[in-house]
Design a binder for this molecule. Structure first.
Ligand SMILES: Nc1ncnc2c1ncn2[C@@H]1O[C@H](COP(=O)(O)OP(=O)(O)OP(=O)(O)O)[C@@H](O)[C@H]1O
Ligand SMILES: [Mg+2]
Length: 330
């Protein structure tokens, strides 16, 4: 399989300002050495509790963090491969990034706030085409109708406003907008978390159909392992800015190795008869504040199988049973 994206040792630190002079008093290590690949046409599920850095990884890939956050520090590589060429997106300025903006698009969690309420659906879907595309006005109109039909809406919806639609329909509008520029990669940041369970499956099925039709590569972000399970070829489990386990979706779901992956899964009710329930692990407490990341293995403060050395040595990802795991004791 061909790689389309390689993230190498990505680190993102947000400054925390304080005191009378609003100096930098601390930093949040939101992403702290993330490495993973994305293959053409695959879905990589990215899961972890709130605050572990999932959205920041997505924004770092899109290279929009500098524009959004004063003083943010980013290191590592985001290698994008296309037509035999490789470019490190992390090194690009805003203007150099332009040609790649259309290739990598994002779908957001909240289909209520992510669509401009003052624009018609037609204008919302057309907007990226105006910025990135080389289409005439009539070509854009045709493409908007075509896109609306692709996501299960119709041309008559183009004149309506977002508030006239249900959550599921709004997410379809968000998907149409993301697809307007013919992207290669779509980063879906909890795209169904705000939707009713009955609607979630419809939106996921739509995303899968579109993936097949357009050979899209997805990074699918979620809290809930049961959501990513069905759509992900591979799953990466994240804890405090790092990958702790990465492997084929079914095996990570059915037989997680890292104590954190196992704990995350224990939180999910599983109707799966092949899964073992005896060794349930309860996650105690909240994710530690990333301003004060625990030393060594950052999961050691909550780990049920913690050993004395865990607070000293940071475990590297090692290949085991066909996947990468950052825990020598599990
Ligand atoms: N602009 C910012 N300035 C300071 N800290 C930030 C900023 N954005 C994110 N953070 C911090 O970085 C960490 C990671 O945040 P991020 O939003 O990436 O997590 P997440 O995994 O997407 O969480 P959620 O599941 O709640 O969406 C959190 O501790 C968050 O508070
Ligand atoms: Mg998030």
């Amino acid at each position: 399989m061909e790689k389309i994206l390689e993230v190498k040792d990505l680190r993102v630190r947000f400054p925390v300002f304080g005191g009378v002079f609003l100096r930098k008093i601390a930093e949040v290590k939101a992403v702290d050495g993330m490495s993973f690949d994305l293959f053409k046409g695959e879905t990589l599920g990215l899961v972890g509790e709130s605050g572990c850095g999932k959205s920041t990884v997505g924004r770092a890939i899109l290279n929009i963090l500098h524009a959004m956050n004063y003083g943010v520090e980013i290191s590592g590589q985001v290698l994008y491969h296309d037509s035999g060429k490789t470019v490190d997106l992390n090194q690009l300025s805003r203007s150099q990034m332009r040609p790649y903006r259309s290739a990598i698009q994002m779908i957001f969690q909240d289909p209520y706030s992510s669509l401009n309420p003052r624009m018609t659906v037609g204008q919302i879907v057309e907007e990226p085409l105006k910025i990135h595309g080389h289409y005439s006005k009539s070509e854009r109109r045709d493409r908007v109708v075509w896109l609306l039909e692709k996501v299960g809406l119709t041309s008559r919806h183009a004149a309506q406003y977002p508030h006239e639609f249900s959550g599921g329909q709004r997410q379809r509008i968000g998907i149409a907008r993301a697809l307007s520029t013919n992207p290669k990669i779509v980063i879906a940041d909890e795209p169904v978390s705000a939707l009713d369970v009955s609607i979630q499956a419809q939106v996921i099925n739509l995303m899968q159909d579109l993936q097949e039709e357009f050979n899209l590569s997805y990074i699918f972000i979620a809290h809930d392992l049961s959501v990513v399970r069905h759509i992900s070829d591979r799953i990466a489990v994240m804890y405090l800015g790092k990958v702790v386990e990465l492997g084929p979706g079914e095996s990570v779901y059915k037989n997680p190795i890292h104590p954190y992956s196992r704990a995350l899964l224990s939180a999910v009710p599983r109707p799966d008869p092949t899964a073992t329930h005896e060794d349930r692990i309860r996650l105690v407490g909240d994710v530690p504040n990333p301003i004060r990341k625990p030393s060594g293995c950052s999961f050691h403060t909550r780990c049920p199988i913690v050993r004395p050395s865990c607070s000293e040595e940071e475990p590297a990802l090692e290949m085991r049973e066909g996947r990468a795991v950052a825990c020598p004791f599990s």
